[in-house]
Design a binder for this molecule. Structure first.
Ligand code: PLP
Length: 370
């Protein structure tokens, strides 16, 4: 049997007609830039997240970039060193300065205590970007408290976490939150796309202006912005898929619980944790493989036809492009260890029961021999 890491065809095929009709409506209208499809999707996303404004942009990376620019952040921006590159790349491209700190061992998310320590030591921190990694909400109660006490901005990187909840509310219902519609995300487009949610009218207006070259009204530019609109065809696809999102997230949660039950007694594995005040979005089901066996397990799964992935092999503070920041190995030990131990298993909503069982049996077999 072959079990792919994910398979988008299984998501598309059952709703193909609905999606194709929605795309066709854009083709018939010939309105490819903004227009009804984008407006409808923004409205539906605002409703879904329970926020006032949802602003579509060209990608999750641009969502972060525009959020940093709109907040007028020019100083240092503290984020997790264990995240996808875009979190920090966007900060740099928004002309602010990315700075890194460590994660909590158990959650893979930024450690609030480290944020506090950094702020106490460094008066130049203007903002913090918690990343809700793999679909797990970061500890926003503590992070917001620290940020409020120190009057620094918070921008949430929820690229992997649409559909998750924190304290009974959807991620994106409070604060300034950035989402990605990269095809493999919980809500994936047919290409790139992103979105920012906020309840702040002024900030929303600024983001809307920044995404059209800073023009307001058209052809009058008080700030220099970007060409970063959500494509109308993407909006048409996402508008259909949004109706299915909660069901897909539920499938992900159920798949995670099957893995949890079956793998919990394996010594040498640590499984993803959830806490009582959250609904984990499980964009990824990421285990830790102890005793230096991660790459062996990955190879073993591959030999059995099972896809898996390492998110991420190198933390951001050790990326060559950030060498001028003078971080070194040993600075953030939890993140560095995570890079050596993490392995994400197939958890996509359409995976079949017997496929999950096949993955589980392969893992059990591997640990019998190790
Ligand atoms: C944590 C995180 N931040 C930002 C991004 C950037 O999103 P995009 O690929 O839509 O630009 C991604 C996804 O790719 C991500 O996983």
């Amino acid at each position: 049997m072959n079990v792919p890491f994910f398979d988008l065809k299984r998501q598309y095929n059952p709703i193909k007609e609905e999606i194709d009709d929605s795309i066709r409506a854009v083709l018939n209208s010939q309105r490819f830039i903004m227009g009804d499809a984008v407006e409808n999707f923004e409205e539906n996303m605002a409703k879904y997240c329970g926020c006032k404004h949802a602003i579509g942009v060209a990608s999750g990376t641009d969502a972060l970039l525009l959020a940093v620019r709109a907040n007028e952040i020019t100083g240092e921006v503290l984020t997790s060193t264990f995240t996808f590159f875009a979190t920090a790349g966007a900060v740099y491209n928004a002309r602010a300065n990315p700075r890194f700190t460590d994660i909590e061992q158990e959650t893979f998310n930024i450690n609030p205590e480290k944020i506090r320590e950094n702020i106490e030591e460094n008066k130049y921190i203007d903002a913090v970007i918690p990343v809700h990694l793999f679909g797990k909400p970061a500890e926003m109660d503590e992070i917001t408290k620290i940020a409020d006490e120190n009057e620094i901005s918070v921008i949430e990187d929820a690229a992997q976490t649409l559909g998750a909840e924190y304290n009974g509310k959807k991620i994106g219902s409070t604060g300034t939150t950035c989402f990605s519609f990269f095809p493999s995300k919980n809500l994936g487009g047919f290409g790139d796309g992103g979105l920012i949610t906020t309840n702040d009218d002024e900030l929303a207006e600024k983001i809307r202006t920044l995404r059209v070259h800073g023009a307001k009204p058209k052809y009058y530019h008080h700030i220099i912005g970007y060409n970063s609109r959500l494509d109308a065809i993407q909006a048409a696809v996402l508008n259909v898929k949004l109706n299915y999102l909660d069901g897909w997230v539920q499938n992900r949660i159920e798949n995670a619980s099957i893995y949890n039950k079956a793998l919990k007694d394996i010594e040498g594995l640590e499984l993803p944790q959830t806490s009582g005040n959250e609904k984990h979005g499980f964009n990824q089901y990421t285990i830790r493989v102890k005793k230096g066996l991660r790459d062996n397990l990955k190879d073993f799964l591959q030999s059995k036809g099972i896809g898996s992935a390492v998110y991420y092999p190198l933390p951001l503070h050790l990326q060559p492009c950030f060498s001028a920041l003078n971080y070194k190995e040993g600075d953030f030990v939890s993140a560095e260890l995570a890079c050596k131990e993490v392995l994400s298993l197939p958890i996509f909503p359409e995976i079949e029961q017997d496929e999950i069982e096949y993955v589980i049996n392969a893992i059990l077999e591997f640990f019998k021999g190790n």
